[in-house]
Design a protein around this ligand. Structure first.
Ligand code: C5P
Length: 318
């Protein structure tokens, strides 16, 4: 049976602004997202049994419907029942996990995006990128971005995407307390409780505020590849609720900043923090300094480079 291997990169949020509430219970956001080359590998194989078999190299990753990658396969079976039942049968998915779990790096979302792309290949569906992204939006707010990756503005729930010029000269140092996972739903709910009085409520003002990010200073700095300016304009509204509740995340972010980062920020709802660096050598320097100062074996560190791709085909095995 044919099988495909795909690369599924993590993402960081260079910018995350919460604008208001939506009627579907989600938030209206204005974000700038960036894929990095810290990535999972996803292998997909057609199997003759009409079922989904999920395996993962990481013991904490669930292998049932609570895993977004499983739900991505289920969605494809529902949307393309003929390909599933009659032509190709079920699918076996193996996730080789490199991206930390529940970390604000879209690890689950990117695996799900890879399953959509992989099943499209396995079943020879020939879906376009925008068709895949429409399916992706049914699974989660970050999944459409994970399909295309690179640098992009994301508005609405996160599914309306506008690509920006590549920033692949930049590096990032990531740091995460191994046992600290922050629930995204908790972070948004908490934000709503504390700050909903400042939400924009009328549609016109929401649209104009969301469009402001397109002509904002950070986008301008990205067009000019101005690393120092980009770093000074990093922003994440979720820090307002997550950092007071988890002071150790703030400490780690400050440690990265004091180790000579261009800029540092929490990614998504955390608990990963990242520091921007202008080269691999600069990233190594930050990493060495921060490790000496933090001296905590419970903290994991990674160095990654910005990348300009989303889900990428690695190889086919016959
Ligand atoms: O879409 P996703 O499943 O990734 O979102 C996780 C949680 O984050 C949602 O259940 C919701 O509570 C919150 N969220 C939100 N507004 C968004 C995206 C996520 O309130 N635009």
């Amino acid at each position: 049976m044919r099988s495909y291997s795909l690369i599924a990169p993590a993402k960081i949020n260079l910018y995350l602004e919460i604008l208001g509430s939506r009627s579907d219970g989600y938030h209206e956001l204005a974000m700038i997202l960036q894929t990095i080359d810290l990535a999972d590998q996803i292998d997909l194989r057609s199997i003759s049994k009409d079922e989904i078999q999920l395996h993962c190299t990481h013991p904490e990753v669930p292998l049932d419907k609570s895993n977004l990658a499983y739900r991505a396969a289920e969605l494809m079976m529902k949307e393309f029942p003929q390909a599933f039942a009659h032509q190709y049968g079920g699918v076996e998915i193996t996730i080789h996990k490199q991206i930390p779990v529940a970390a604000g790096l879209a690890g689950g979302s990117t695996d799900a995006a890879a399953v959509l792309v992989g099943i499209d290949l396995l079943w020879k569906l020939g879906l376009t990128q925008s068709e895949l992204q429409e399916l992706a939006a049914k699974l989660g707010s970050d999944v459409p971005f994970c399909i295309s990756g690179g640098t992009a503005i994301a508005t609405g729930r996160g599914e309306n995407l506008s690509p920006l010029p590549d920033l692949d000269h930049l590096y990032v140092v990531l740091a995460k307390h191994r046992k600290l996972a922050v629930s995204t739903a908790w972070a948004y709910q908490n934000y709503r409780q504390q700050f909903s009085s400042s939400y924009i409520s009328d549609t016109e003002s929401l649209e104009s505020r969301a469009s402001r990010v397109h002509s904002g200073q950070l986008v301008n700095a990205i067009f000019h590849k101005d690393s120092v300016k980009i770093s000074s304009l990093l922003h994440n509204d979720l820090e307002r609720v997550v950092l007071p509740a988890y002071p150790q995340i703030l400490q780690l972010r400050e440690a990265l900043q004091n180790a000579g980062a261009l800029g540092s920020m929490m990614s998504g709802s955390g608990s990963t923090v990242f520091a921007l660096a202008e080269s691999n050598a600069h990233a190594q320097e930050i990493l060495e300094k921060v490790k000496l100062r933090v001296l905590n074996p419970e903290i994991d560190f990674w160095i990654a480079r910005f990348c300009n791709t989303g889900i990428r085909f690695l190889h086919t095995i016959y």
